[in-house]
Write a protein of this length. Structure first.
Length: 186
């Protein structure tokens, strides 16, 4: 039965013009999660990466409420995020890009680009969403911010006079030792 499905998928792809078939292959094989969904959150398309993210075959996702793919504890936040996407997309501003936490507890972060499709009256008919897992990047940014704060703390508590200047010899940063030695209030 699965072979019949694969054969019909290949036959459908072969019936498309060459450019459309190429675009379809790119979307299907793209490493980012790509899905299409109606404003009522019904999934109308999911590529292989999106399906893998939810540990389901892509065909099994079609027709499902997007919200039900998330853990129960994450659904309230996801419902608000998806509603905000639907509310924000307009014909004059059809695209949004942003970062969203995807689940409660494990802090998975994704960068999403959402693009709306509109009918002749300007009503939103479908959203194409492309997402990339940026959890490692967010964790790195948090680590860098922590290290910068640690560096600044060490910089400030040193009794020596320490300062940094830019290329035009303007003071960019001075520590408490500099302030104490030069009589300035920092």
């Amino acid at each position: 039965m699965q072979q019949d499905s694969l054969s019909s998928d290949h036959a459908a792809a072969a019936a498309l013009p060459p450019y459309a078939a190429l675009c379809t292959a790119i979307v299907e094989e793209h490493p980012d999660s790509i899905c299409c969904w109606a404003p009522d959150r019904t999934l109308t398309f999911a590529n292989a990466a999106f399906a893998r993210r939810f540990c389901r075959p892509a065909g099994a996702l079609i027709g499902q409420d997007l919200l039900l793919l998330f853990a129960r504890e994450a659904r309230t936040g996801q419902a608000a995020a998806l509603a905000a996407v639907v509310a924000a997309l307009r014909p004059e501003a059809p695209q949004l890009t942003g970062r969203r936490e995807q689940s409660a507890g494990d802090e998975t972060w994704w960068a999403w680009t959402d693009r709306g499709s509109f009918d002749a009256q300007g009503a939103l008919t479908e959203i194409v969403s492309i997402g990339r897992d940026i959890t490692a990047q967010v964790e790195l940014e948090e680590q860098l911010a922590h290290e910068r704060q640690l560096q600044r703390t060490l910089f400030d508590v040193m009794p020596d006079t320490i300062y940094t200047k830019d290329l035009e010899s303007r003071f960019v940063m001075v520590n408490q030792g500099w302030c104490a030695n030069w009589g300035n209030v920092c």
